[in-house]
Ligand binder design. Structure first.
Ligand code: KG4
Ligand code: ZN
Length: 376
């Protein structure tokens, strides 16, 4: 619908320079430039390399997104950007670009939360997010269970990893097995040839006295590494497919068990799974089965929307506009540890102007602010 907000979203929290454009719940463009290859030889993301790559990719990626969407920058109702959490230097590139475009175009700026964006992106795939939704977010940087009664204003953390993120565990085990980086997709593929019950690896934090919704993958990682070392020390061949499948099974078993339990405990009927690890085929299959058994509806966006991208930021930005949430101030800063309880970073209360996504209003906003900055 033409009256739905048209928003451009910028994501630079890690190694993907993502620029997405959405109209309401409709995806119009999803341009991503990744520096993942530049990090591969280090076995993980190098922050300085990522920042530099964002700087180089930013303008071309924005231009590509506008071209793909077939819209002019002047048609936009707002510019959204990941304000955090993420790598400070990387975030800064996106925030600076978003400010420059918003200011130059006279559009409201929305600094939004990376985690809330990972949840909101599902609107582009499955339509309006049910309220409340339980979200299991699993990626290289985060593993959390979040209850979202309102994705624009109310996101509550129920639990998170106390050590490694789920994706990090995949990456580290892939490294031990010499499978390259990132490890998740390779392990996913190789595990299909293996037996998930071949080796009984530990399920972290699943004891009766353990925190019900927290995760721990570092014990599992150590157990798998030791098992591999023992095989090698004995001069035996490491059964890579069985190790991959058994390791993956341990991760996926814990993730789905805790997510379903959180839904039951909180009386929530909808579970969404997002983040890079949500691309995992075994996670999808097990979540489907367990949700069906528990009478829950499961929503998992397609893999391209699960990994970091700009469309998710645009999706949340559009929702902010649609629900009349206030825009961010021009002094919005990147916050590498932005709490998940802040789906966006509104201008401090007491700011003299309100925002709407109408064109004229956003122009007033720019002018008022520049006056304020000049005379403050
Ligand atoms: O969301 P994402 O692109 O970036 C972060 O915010 O971290 O997630 C990347 C992570 C990496 O750790 C990668 O190994 C993992 O997601 N991943 C997977 C799969 N695809 C990506 N893990 C398991 N199975 C997959 N198919
Ligand atoms: Zn992410």
């Amino acid at each position: 619908m033409a009256d739905e907000p048209l928003v451009l979203g910028i994501e630079t929290s890690c190694d993907e320079t993502g620029v997405g454009i959405v109209r309401g719940h409709t995806l119009l463009a999803d341009a991503v430039a990744s520096s993942v290859d530049e990090h591969a030889r280090f076995g993980g993301v190098v922050p300085e390399v990522a920042s530099r790559a964002h700087l180089e990719a930013m303008v071309p990626t924005i231009q590509r997104a506008l071209k793909d969407a077939g819209v002019a920058a002047s048609d936009l109702d707002g510019i959204a950007v990941t304000a955090g959490p993420g790598l400070a230097g990387a975030l800064l590139v996106g925030v600076s670009a978003a400010k420059a475009y918003a200011y130059a175009l006279g559009k409201p700026l929305y600094g939004v939360n990376h985690l809330a964006s990972h949840i909101c992106v599902d609107q582009l795939e499955h339509g309006p997010l049910p309220e409340p939704t339980m979200a299991l977010l699993v990626s290289g940087g985060h593993s959390s269970l979040l209850l979202a009664p309102d994705i624009t204003a109310d996101v509550r953390p129920l639990g998170s990893t106390i050590d490694d993120a789920a994706g990090e565990a995949f990456d580290k085990i892939a490294r031990v097995l010499n499978l390259g980086f990132p490890g998740g997709p390779v392990i996913d593929r190789i595990a299909r040839e293996g037996d998930p019950d071949a080796i009984a690896f530990p399920r972290g934090l699943t004891g009766p006295r353990d925190a019900a919704y927290d995760f721990s993958f570092s014990g599992l990682k150590t157990a798998v590494a030791r098992w591999i070392e023992a095989k090698r020390a004995a001069g035996e061949e490491v059964p890579i497919a069985d190790v991959s499948a058994s390791f993956q099974e341990a991760v996926v078993d814990v993730l789905t068990r805790k997510a379903v339990r959180a839904c039951k405990d909180e009386g929530v009927e909808h579970l969404m799974i997002g983040g890079g690890v949500a691309a995992n085929s075994r996670l999808r299959a097990m979540a489907e089965r367990r949700c069906e058994d528990a009478g829950l509806t499961l929503r998992v966006p397609r893999p391209k929307l699960c990994t970091d991208n700009g469309a998710m930021v645009a999706a949340l930005g559009a929702e902010m506009v649609a629900r009349g949430r206030s825009a961010s101030a021009w002094d919005l800063s990147a916050d590498s540890s932005l709490p998940v309880t802040d789906p966006h970073v509104p201008a401090p209360t007491g700011h003299t102007h309100s925002h709407s996504h109408s064109h004229s209003h956003s122009h007033d906003h720019v002018h008022e602010l520049s006056r304020k900055n000049l005379y403050a």
